[in-house]
Design a protein around this ligand. Sequence first.
Ligand SMILES: Cc1cc2nc3c(=O)[nH]c(=O)nc-3n(C[C@H](O)[C@H](O)[C@H](O)COP(=O)(O)OP(=O)(O)OC[C@H]3O[C@@H](n4cnc5c(N)ncnc54)[C@H](O)[C@@H]3O)c2cc1C
Length: 414
Amino acid sequence: MKRYSAFAVVREALSYHMGWERAWASPEPKKKYDAIIIGAGGHGLATAYYLGKNHGIKNVAVLEKGWLGGGNTGRNTTIIRSNYLQDASAALYEKARSLYETMSQDLNYNVMFSPRGVIMLAQTEHEVRGYKRTAQANALQGVTTEFISPQRVKEIVPIINLDGPRYPVLGGLWQARGGTARHDAVAWGYARACSAMGMDVIQKCEVTSIRQEGGKVVGVSTNRGDIACDKLGIVVAGHSGHVADMAGFRLPIESVSLQALVSEPIKPCMDCVVMANTVHGYMSQSDKGEMVIGGGADGYNNYTQRGSFHHAEETVRALCETFPMVSRLKMLRQWGGIVDMTGDRSPILSKAPLDGVFINCGWGTGGFKAIPGSGWGFAELMARGYSPLTEQFGLDRFKEGRFIDESVAAGVAH
Ligand SMILES: Cc1cc2nc3c(=O)[nH]c(=O)nc-3n(C[C@H](O)[C@H](O)[C@H](O)COP(=O)(O)OP(=O)(O)OC[C@H]3O[C@@H](n4cnc5c(N)ncnc54)[C@H](O)[C@@H]3O)c2cc1C
């Protein structure tokens, strides 16, 4: 596969852009693979990539029922941060954040990682205490964050209103190397790199059942025929309960719709990400100038990928308190994605009860930021049966009551 470079852009500009190759192949499924990953979202593709890159397992297929990144990966608000409270989470999310720093070079694909900084606003005394505690935990974990004053918040975000009618800004948890990346470029970059390694990324290929013999997985049935495999990774986010059911086990997750919206494009006005968890709304500005706004999750289980008007209204109303300029903006579009929520708001990266099957899910409202770290650890788990990154995130924690409680860091915002 030809490398992308500045020289390639110049060369193609001089030859009417006729020489670009397809970024990834569209092969027919083979009869058998060493490993199959169900789900071509960011986590599934990253897993395949690190299986090949770190463990030399390249006879791999990634099966996707729709299109690449068409699930939550292409629907999220792209916030990247690693300021979690518990040690196991901080290690996983910081690994991911550090991989984002070099992802464009590693994949030879511009994922537009923009470490513009993330502030989580403290708007109640409870949040002030909570975020100071997180800042101290992060210092011990080697994650660089700091608790900043309202004046410093105002310096970083001049458009903010510190004296909101209900919730004044009392400070914030600031992670200077947090930020955003282009979500679908992350999926495309991994897909291209997988394809270059000889892996098969197969779109419009829905897994309809999981085949087993003698207590071990032997393959899957799909709308394009049966495909055999030695190992199977289930990485399907909001559909995890449904696909786990095919392998005969149940998951402690609930699937709900989470939604987001964007405004009309405006001139640059905010060069960081701001999360206001108490009033519940968060915002960043895209490269096109649109204000990207994250809303709430539905309060009932469902599998819709739509938004609902009352959430859009609530979110915008809440943001108007903290950013009065939002009241003058027209909203362009809104959408939803099906997120998979666990009780402790931490992911599941685990061997499954059926031999040869592994499950990666439960990222809920905040898994985009984790994609490279999750892929790194989950590939190691699939290849070697153990990974220090995923060790704490097994399914057994729900039986043993060994929860990784991230409800403050991950329960509401992203
Ligand atoms: C509105 C919204 C905002 C968000 N904002 C953020 C944010 O700012 N920061 C952040 O870190 N996270 C955010 N998230 C969460 C993040 O998007 C997800 O955690 C992450 O993208 C999950 O990636 P994934 O690869 O596990 O799942 P997905 O990208 O959903 O991929 C799973 C894939 O599996 C496929 N699939 C399902 N069933 C089958 C089957 N039977 N056969 C074959 N394929 C199948 C689906 O079609 C899908 O493409 C947000 C989510 C939403 C919805």
